[in-house]
Write a protein that binds this ligand. Sequence first.
Ligand code: FAD
Length: 390
Amino acid sequence: MIADKTTHLRIAIIGAGPAGSMAAGELAQLGHTVRLYDMHRGAWEKPCGGGVTAKALRQYPFLHQVETAYPRQTITEMELVSPRGRSLCLQLETEFVIFARQTLNACLLERACAAGVAFIPERATALAPAGDGWRITTPATTWEADFLVGADGCTSFTRRQVAEKLPDEDQAMCCGYYLPAAGTTRAVIAFPPDFTGYVWAFPRVDHISYGIINACDEYPLTRLWEILDAFVRQHSGTGLPQEKSKYAARVPMLRRESWKTIRNGAKNWALVGDAAGLVDPITGEGIYYALRSAELLAQAFRAGTPELYEQLWRSEFEADLSESSRRLQRFYRGRIFGGPVLERMFQVARFHGGVGEILSQALAGDIDHVTLKPRLVKSLFNPRTWFGAK
Ligand SMILES: Cc1cc2nc3c(=O)[nH]c(=O)nc-3n(C[C@H](O)[C@H](O)[C@H](O)COP(=O)(O)OP(=O)(O)OC[C@H]3O[C@@H](n4cnc5c(N)ncnc54)[C@H](O)[C@@H]3O)c2cc1C
């Protein structure tokens, strides 16, 4: 019986990204038999910026403890570029690191395998109800599990079997590529004019991850490549990479109303990470939510009630992420005092140390969307915080 905390369950997890590997490790540690499926042969370079915020590093200290085996780039400065080309350089007081995704995925997958998880390097091609559980079919295997976890990303195959797929309107399009470079500790985020999203240059140990994220259907992919290429030419001062090294990928960007209707768990299944839509719509941060949703699922199992997961993720994320959805258009496209919100924010932050400090904390993941605006307003009306910008 699923709701008995003493039961030893067979759990199938589809997808060995951060959410799947984390969930697998945590559930194996609780004594369950866990099979972790991925269509790649092991850790792989999933299209991603690879930025891991201070909040995520604090919550998952094991990411710190393995620096030599799993190298990452520490970022000390963040340059923000406004739609009209104004630049604001923030010295980051708390650590922000950038991983190659192959490295981060390897760290988490090896941790899961060390906890006793069986890794099956195969694509799940069919997921069918079988008794109270599920039959998982791959090209070479069939296995029956009591509980199914979908950790298979934004276009989740599992989500399509247990619920509805994420509509296109709840996704953002990203594209990008990597160029060799070393030794840079400054990351750049630029906001193109008339655009819901941003362009990034995230330095890693021996290369830079360049990319662009845009609300789905706002611009065609060809336009995204044009904007990104123009940014990269200016930033790198070198030529552009060969076509074959480029990627395009989707990431969840839920509309406000979708947070109310999306369902991520039931008696014998759960969805975690991108498969659950858990990405911050304004920042695009998803790695923290992938790890944390996996932990919340394990917490529900520990309580002997897997159904509790639906309640746990909602109480921890829903208010904040739905506030981010609500503010998305206003942040990127809104106007205030006769000008674009982003331009006004840059103008104020150049003379106002308090605003710059709050932006740094927001980038570190240390301020949620619900409290961001009240803190900005409070800081603006505090005369001691003016003229202290770095
Ligand atoms: C271009 C881009 C840049 C981003 N930059 C950042 C960033 O800088 N910081 C940040 O925090 N977040 C970022 N994100 C979001 C972040 O990448 C995701 O939120 C995070 O990877 C989610 O982890 P996950 O484990 O849920 O899914 P994923 O990492 O997508 O892993 C899903 C896994 O499922 C496997 N899979 C899929 N289907 C099947 C199947 N049928 N059978 C078996 N295996 C399957 C895939 O091979 C994959 O390994 C970015 C996203 C994109 C697209």
